[in-house]
Design a protein around this ligand. Sequence first.
Ligand code: UDP
Ligand code: MG
Length: 350
Amino acid sequence: MLISVVVPVYNEQEVLPHLFEKLPAVLERTGYSYEIIVVNDGSHDGTADWMRQQARLDDRIKLIQFSRNFGQQAAMTAGLDYARGDVVVVMDADLQDPPELLDAMLEKYYEGYDVVSCQRISRAGETWFKKFTATAFYELMRRAIDRRIPAEVGDFRLYSRDAVDALRAFREQHRFMRGLVAWLGLREAFIPFHRPQRVAGETKYPVSKLIKLAWTAISSSSAVPLKLCTYLGWIVMACGLLSATLIPLAAMNWISVSLTGLGWATFQLALTGFQLIAIGLLGDYVGRIYEESKQRPLYIVAETCNVSVKRDMPRSVWMSGRADFATSIPSEQESDGVIRIPTRAPRRAA
Ligand code: UDP
Ligand code: MG
């Protein structure tokens, strides 16, 4: 088995010596072969030079150098594209994602999970502002956008080969990996951990970049913001209706409100409400075009029984998983006469 570790890095020259002191040792201990893929996301410090030197010393260390800063999401994507491992682990460079969790992650993988996510139960050395915004972000994502996005799970994850291949089917420009993983709906296990502080250097996410990421997360996972206009339109329309019901009361002098004023208010509210609803309707169509333009797969097949898997169906992902009993039945895929015994335990129900 080959383990690929993908590490996106941006100006991390102070951090890398710490990472490479620890990570290879942990990987050696697993007894499997491994590759460490560092994706240099347009760093302008000594990151590239330091990494080139490491790659020269050990060919299991790979360097993918971006022409400029494309962002962590793009760097992770490049790493997943390149990785050849049977399992791929994505982690930050700053040792906030402890490599020691690898054994526990592999254990879960062997239990049959396609995604093993590490879930933070505490965060050391982070300002109250960062903790507050992070909690607010996860709450917003879960309540308003996608309930499937787990709280306190970052990008520190192990993916099976199947999961990586499924993720690679997503080629949309504005991407939020956590949203994509949630969308896939694969069998996911969680490993709780205490998140230590950065081993050196500063966070690469200033507030402006965090806001940008949050907006990408929201807009790429959901069309809810487009619907807000429609909701607002109905509220304004309801106010218009209320104002209309007051007109007869004012006409009969039961309430002392100017009839002309009330008439105008009703007219304005009804018109604004109508306009907002019309914009919302337009937004709904734009939202559908947006969804279509992403060219996402139409469905993900996690497992089949007695079904010969055809992998050339456009915009669909067929994972290699199959039910227990099917492991002894040669499928069409195995018409070369070779019965391939799965290398790990059969999948469990999620
Ligand atoms: N990173 C990246 N490109 C960026 C920003 C960050 O590749 O534009 C990398 C960074 O080097 C680190 C990981 O993404 O390995 C997470 O960044 P950071 O630790 O600064 O985020 P935080 O833990 O503060 O949320
Ligand atoms: Mg960090």
